[in-house]
Design a protein around this ligand. Structure first.
Ligand SMILES: [Zn+2]
Length: 274
């Protein structure tokens, strides 16, 4: 499951390669769009929205008052990285460093090729109906619409929900994955299964979520501990049985949640988190 900072970085990379460029070749290797050809379209923007990537295109080039200037006529190439998905950028003719059978989408310009490997989702929709894809998302931690008060109100709307699951629910706030849900719980000193309504000072939790993801959005490698390379970059995530970096107690882990679509692995320090 991607974290919002990964999607933000992927968007920046795609933007650098594709923005305002004319697509010379497209290849959608998903059945519903296998025959779609967007060559000749211009990329008008690349936008991360929570964990969703939106590559907007319009017919024709941008230099005349053509269809490209009418946002309603555009299309959006929507992808979601899910577990393993990644967009890679290559110079045209450069050998892909991942197997071609894993490619789901290929977008080429005159000089560059963007390849989406193992995307959890790839579809093309009218830009005018993007809301059907991302309209359900809560305030985006890395977006222009970030609204801490609304995120807090959303989180507290279901006070019995375990805090990790509440943080992961993209309808509450968009951008956090399991790494942040666990690390934020550690940093605020409560176990990830604590009901959100019982968390002391949840406003500080939201503020910390924003600060942590903002600090990490431009780092090549996410790091929540601030420790140098070679040392653990997470306090608890993925550290079952290892010593807590603060107190030395062994980190514990378990599944959280009861319904199959809402279950996560969690980690915590039994001494530091109550
Ligand atoms: Zn500890």
């Amino acid at each position: 499951m991607p974290e919002g900072d990964s999607v933000y970085k992927a968007a920046a990379k795609l933007r650098a390669a594709l923005d305002q460029q004319v697509l010379t070749r497209t290849d959608f290797r998903v059945p519903a769009f296998a025959t779609l050809d967007l060559s000749g379209h211009t990329v008008t923007s690349v936008v991360p929205r929570g964990k969703h990537l939106l590559i907007r295109v319009a017919e024709g080039s941008d230099d005349a008052a053509g269809p490209a200037s009418e946002p309603d006529s555009g299309l959006t190439i929507h992808s979601h990285l899910k577990m393993e998905g990644v967009w890679k950028i290559y110079a045209n003719g450069e050998r892909w460093r991942k197997p071609s059978y894993l490619a789901r989408g290929v977008l080429s310009t005159a000089t560059k090729t963007a390849v989406g490997f193992e995307l959890g989702l790839l579809e093309v929709v009218p830009t005018a109906s993007e809301d059907s894809i991302v309209g359900h998302l809560g305030p985006d931690l890395l977006g222009p619409d970030w609204d801490a008060d609304l995120a807090l109100a959303n989180l507290l709307s279901d006070p019995a929900r375990p805090v990790a699951l509440a943080l992961l629910d993209q309808r509450n706030l968009a951008g956090l994955g399991n790494v942040y849900a666990n690390e934020l719980s550690f940093l605020r000193g409560f176990r990830p299964d604590t009901p959100i309504g019982e968390v002391a000072d949840p406003k500080r939790l939201v503020a910390l979520a924003f600060k942590a993801i903002m600090v990490n959005k431009d780092r090549p490698i996410r790091n929540l501990t601030g420790l140098p390379r070679g040392k653990p970059r997470y306090w608890v995530h993925g550290r079952r049985g290892e010593a807590c970096l603060r107190c030395g107690t062994r980190i514990e882990s378990d599944h959280l949640g009861t319904c199959p679509t809402d279950t996560r692995f969690t980690w915590w320090c039994p001494s530091c988190q109550k």
